[in-house]
Design a binder for this molecule. Structure first.
Ligand code: SF4
Ligand code: SF4
Ligand SMILES: [Zn+2]
Length: 270
């Protein structure tokens, strides 16, 4: 197996995964979507709400605000020594105490005050409610780690997809160097080589394997296949975790699952 990072930032990572089969690539993708835990607000106690937003809608909005997550400091509630009741190792408390005094006021995620200075909304500018003069909200909200399989609010990725790596083949004897294939490519992924004037894939990330280039070549000099053991992944974080950390954690979870299976098998086959 080989991994090559194509581009990486806190928000997204694009990487090539070679020499694996599609089942492995898909397992990694599904774990990133549904099993890598992040923090999200899971319980809200509303003490006062005179805003036009119903309590349930307010709670739902709060739950969908992405929170910065520190996987090294927090436990999943079911794995915490408190038994999931709620302690500083598995729960963070937020307080929202806002009132529009003389004019209307928009309540933003930045108005939430957190019991943990690291676990905060990823942006202060998510609107929560608009209050008319005299209206107020007072509530406590509890965030905990959870997994995307239990609710979309715990999904760490806003995009997580892969495609096969394209492989272009050119019959150099048949090619007339006309450039029709280059013209036909809607994504600018193919070009003619300066020296040989033969087409080549100048940007494999842009190529979506549409084969418009192959169809454009009347001489049949061009072929394009998918390498079925190589994948280009694109992972975009909601902001709760750095994108590379989501990939890393997914790989750890996959390894744990395999270890668990081996142990179970040893127990059964003894
Ligand atoms: S369209 Fe065919 S002949 Fe023309 S440059 Fe491309 S591969 Fe060569
Ligand atoms: S398969 Fe489609 S995207 Fe890829 S190089 Fe050919 S025309 Fe361009
Ligand atoms: Zn706990």
């Amino acid at each position: 197996m080989e991994v090559e990072i194509v581009e990486s930032s806190d928000i997204s990572v694009r990487f090539m995964l070679r020499d694996v089969d599609v089942a492995f690539a898909n397992a990694l993708r599904r774990i990133m979507i549904s099993e890598v835990p992040i923090m999200a607000i899971n319980e809200v106690v509303i003490l006062n709400n005179t805003s036009p937003i119903y309590d349930e809608v307010l709670a739902h909005r709060l739950s969908l605000i992405p929170l910065k997550t520190d996987l090294d400091r927090f436990n999943l509630p079911e794995k915490c020594s408190c038994g999931g009741v709620g302690c500083p190792k598995c729960q963070v408390t937020f307080v929202l105490d806002v009132k529009a005094e003389n004019t209307s006021k928009t309540v933003y995620s930045g108005d939430l005050s957190s019991s943990d200075p690291y676990v905060t909304p990823i942006s202060d500018r998510f609107p929560i409610a608009k209050l008319a003069s005299g209206q107020a909200i007072l509530l406590e909200a509890y965030a905990r780690l959870g997994r995307g399989r239990d609710g979309a609010k715990w999904q760490p990725v806003s995009a997580c997809a892969y495609k096969y790596l394209p492989v272009l083949t050119v019959n150099s004897e048949a090619c007339a160097h006309c450039g029709e294939c280059v013209e036909a490519c809607p994504r600018g992924a193919i070009a003619l080589d300066d020296d040989s004037s033969l087409p080549y894939l100048k940007d494999i990330v842009k190529c979506n394997l549409c084969k418009a280039c192959v169809e454009a070549c009347e001489l049949g000099a061009l072929g394009l296949q998918a390498d079925e053991r190589s994948f280009i992944f694109y992972v975009e974080s909601t902001g709760s975790l750095p994108a590379y950390r989501i990939v890393e954690k997914a790989a750890e979870i996959l390894a744990e699952k395999c270890d668990g299976l081996i142990e179970e098998l040893r127990g059964v086959l003894k």
